[in-house]
Design a protein around this ligand. Structure first.
Ligand code: UDP
Length: 410
């Protein structure tokens, strides 16, 4: 017998999109694995996302057991997130129509990011379903220090406040996020912490020598890896400044930057800026831009590296850190957001103040200079992932939460 229906709404991030460029990243990966994990726990999962090309079928029954409904709302092409808001009413109507045509009632709608929060709030008003919400990123932190907020920024702030007050349950991915939520409201009875996960079967399955042979990375290189979207808030500039120091202290240092850029998207502006910094610092021989790497191929990069660096200025969670730890790789990360809870400083790597390139270069240097320490950190990181950060754990916790909400409702 098929299980209970659940809708995941992720207006701007499809679980089927390739992460790493054009704005696609952690949320897309999260949606795919959460949907797949919930299917394995017996739920019937439909993911609603915006249609971004006419090539996309309206309804896709994926090989992973979940269904994707590509909703026509606004231009059928990629548009900036801030422009999506004006098409949400259409998105909402299409979700309602889909339910009517297919005779489906979703007792729970799990929304992701503020745009989807708005859709979930209106669905709740219209049909009374329960709403679970995951923020993925918070305006309060993202806009900190930004002068003259735009109209759309203020709309986002008020929607985030509304969903925090009204959702039946908020799924927060880190204790740090809960601290931030306390600044928005004092009543946090509806908040639970369920972190993100990673695929511990994929990450960690390859050895360093075969990965380096495959990627044509010299066996004696000291590989410092960055993986992620090219976005100023990722702080890649700090890594480049640290690389300048390291290149004079460590022989054979090689910094690999993994992450793509799409023409016309902001990531291509950031790529140009970073390449200019490389030029100015005169570290062209040390830094290689690898471009976008297909998610299923990334494990080779983690396996080939000596250390992963996550120099973000703001990081709600930081999935790349757990991917690296699953691959037995030490992590040097900014002491911000989810990263400060993922990395146990002094055990699975180090955390450093964001933007502090000297602290980053010292921490990286420690790991590169001491293979035993690096191996030990890698082993501890792997263990930490196995006990806290697998998708199986995440899906099981979410499934328990949904069941509890449904039970309370009856
Ligand atoms: N990623 C990828 N290919 C790339 C760059 C990144 O598959 O070339 C993936 C990476 O493995 C991770 C996600 O994109 O799963 C980034 O998630 P994270 O939480 O680190 O950052 P976010 O995108 O949410 O800011």
């Amino acid at each position: 017998m098929s299980g209970q229906h659940i809708a995941l709404i992720s207006v701007h991030a499809s679980p089927l999109a390739q992460p790493g460029a054009g704005g696609a990243g952690g949320q897309n990966v999260y949606l795919h694995h959460v949907a797949q994990g919930l299917v394995s726990m017996g739920w019937q999962v439909d993911v609603f996302t915006r249609r971004t090309t006419i090539k996309q079928e309206c309804v896709v029954d994926t090989a992973f057991g979940y269904r994707v409904v590509n909703v026509s709302a606004g231009p059928e092409e990629p548009i900036p997130r801030e422009k999506i808001y004006e098409h949400l009413q259409k998105f909402l109507s299409e979700v309602l129509l889909y339910q009517k045509v297919h005779g489906i009632h979703y007792p729970i709608v799990h929304t992701n990011y503020w745009l989807s929060a708005w859709v979930g709030l209106r669905l709740h008003e219209i049909q009374g379903n329960l709403q679970v919400h995951t923020f993925h990123s918070l305006a309060l932190i993202k806009f900190k220090g930004k002068r003259d907020l735009d109209k759309i920024d203020n709309i986002r702030i008020s929607i985030e406040k509304e969903v925090l007050d009204k959702a039946n349950s908020i799924v927060s991915t880190s204790p740090e996020e809960v601290k931030h939520l306390k600044k928005i409201t004092s009543d946090l009875d509806n908040v639970s912490i369920i972190s993100c996960g990673t695929d511990q079967r994929l990450f960690g399955a390859t050895d360093r020598t075969s990965a380096r042979t495959l990627l044509k990375v010299p066996l004696d290189a000291k590989v410092v890896l960055y993986v992620g979207r090219l976005d100023p808030r990722k702080g890649i500039e700090t890594l480049l400044q640290a690389a300048k120091i390291l290149s004079s202290e460590q022989p054979n240092v090689l910094v690999l930057i993994v992450g793509g850029a799409v023409a016309g998207h902001e990531d291509s502006v950031e790529l140009r800026r970073l390449k200019n910094i490389v030029q100015q610092l005169n570290i062209k021989d040390v830094v290689k831009f690898e471009g976008l790497v297909e998610h299923g191929m990334l494990h080779h990069y983690y396996a080939a590296a000596n250390v992963l660096v996550v120099p973000s200025i703001y990081e709600p969670f930081g999935m790349v850190a757990i991917e690296a730890m699953a691959s037995r790789l030490p992590v040097v990360a900014s002491d911000v957001g989810g990263l400060r809870h993922i990395v146990v400083s002094g055990e699975t790597g180090y955390v450093c103040p964001p933007r502090d390139h000297c602290a980053f270069s010292e921490a990286i240097d420690l790991i590169l200079s001491d293979p035993e320490l690096a191996e030990d950190a890698g082993r501890k990181g792997r263990k930490r992932v196995e006990s806290h950060f697998t998708w199986d754990i995440v899906a099981s916790k979410l499934s328990d939460l949904y069941k509890m909400l449904l039970k309370d409702e009856n």
